[in-house]
Design a protein around this ligand. Structure first.
Ligand SMILES: [Ca+2]
Length: 332
């Protein structure tokens, strides 16, 4: 495990998604403060279809003054036909709010595929780039399949995915990102021995509330599109989270994907366990389940560090304060 406390160069692989948007905004806040560099956003098929996640990423970059950052188009998932998560995130992945924002400036049809961007960037800067993957792992697996060994060239790979000692969120046993493409997830876990994992075990404690949203926009121009968007997206996500009883009745929603950035910038908020992670790719009832051996025996061939505890108070103190800085700086 390499802890990066200064200026990481990041590829964000994402399937926006309400919580993806919060993670992207947090990351852009670090970039704005000169604490990180965003090399590319590689969009992925997942919460909604690839074309929508692409334009969502483009719209958020455009809104925040980062339209120069390249966006990759998601690699199609084999055997498509899985249920997406539009019922949680809205049919546009943005709480049905995409029409309130400036249009996308990147063109899906002309964009490079996400796996090509990952391969090219890792080859151009071996050991220099951290991949934050907060969607199904289709793009990363496609890169590894096309160019075996390529994922080892990343400085670090941090993913949001899996559920180890708690229920899943898409089936009783599986978390959405892993369940959506279990073979891809297994490919990524096989690619190196130090994958950093933020599973539901920690992200189910990360409840973002209305009060936090109000704090984030408190010093921003209240008329700005960004401030209004954040408040409206928060309301939409709270509505669906309560409907699905994800927050045990607390009016808030889970910012699963933001856990990855918590790890990178505030590692003291998390406790990680060394583990051999396996993905169920053949289960009748357990497809996409993530497993680790918890027996008190010597472990061999560990492939991951899995977060199992989070100090959510400390986590949100930093999350809200950093977002405030971004919202103060962006006037759009
Ligand atoms: Ca996501």
């Amino acid at each position: 495990m390499t802890t990066q406390l200064s200026h990481p160069k990041i590829i964000l692989d994402t399937d926006p998604g309400g919580d993806d948007i919060f993670a992207l905004l947090w990351l852009l806040g670090f970039v704005k403060q000169g604490l990180a560099e965003l090399v590319a956003v590689t969009s992925a098929d997942g919460n909604v279809a690839a074309k929508r996640t692409f334009s969502c990423a483009s719209q958020i970059l455009n809104l925040t003054g980062f339209s120069h950052i390249k966006v990759g188009r998601g690699v199609p998932v084999k055997g498509q036909g899985l249920e997406d998560a539009a019922h949680i995130h809205g049919s546009d992945g943005m709480g049905n709010l995409s029409h309130t924002l400036p249009a996308a400036t990147h063109t899906f049809e002309e964009a490079c595929y996400s796996d090509e961007i990952i391969i090219d960037e890792l080859n151009a800067d071996p050991e220099g780039i951290t991949i934050i993957a907060i969607g199904p792992l289709t793009n990363l697996a496609a890169a590894e399949t096309k160019s075996p060994g390529i994922l080892k060239k990343a400085k670090e790979i941090v993913i949001m995915g899996g559920a180890f000692f708690c229920p899943g969120n898409v089936t009783p046993h599986a978390e959405f990102n892993i369940w959506f493409n279990p073979e891809a997830a297994q490919t990524v876990f096989d690619s190196r021995d130090d994958i950093i994992v933020m599973p539901l075990d920690v992200t189910r404690h990360l409840i973002f509330t209305r009060d936090m949203a109000q704090a984030v926009v408190s010093q921003a121009n209240p008329e700005s599109k960004l401030a209004q968007f954040l408040i409206a997206l928060c309301e939409f996500m709270i509505g669906t989270a309560l409907g699905y009883r994800e927050t045990t009745g607390i009016p808030g929603f889970l910012v699963h994907d933001a856990a990855t950035l918590g790890y990178l910038f505030y590692p003291e908020t998390l406790m990680l366990r060394r583990a051999k992670v396996r993905v169920e790719t053949k289960g009748e009832w357990t497809q996409g389940q993530t497993l680790m051996d918890s027996r008190l025996r010597p472990k061999t061939e560990a492939n991951a560090w899995v977060a199992l505890q989070v100090d959510e108070g400390k986590f949100f103190t930093s999350f809200v304060e950093d977002l405030k800085q971004l919202f103060k700086a962006v006037v759009a």
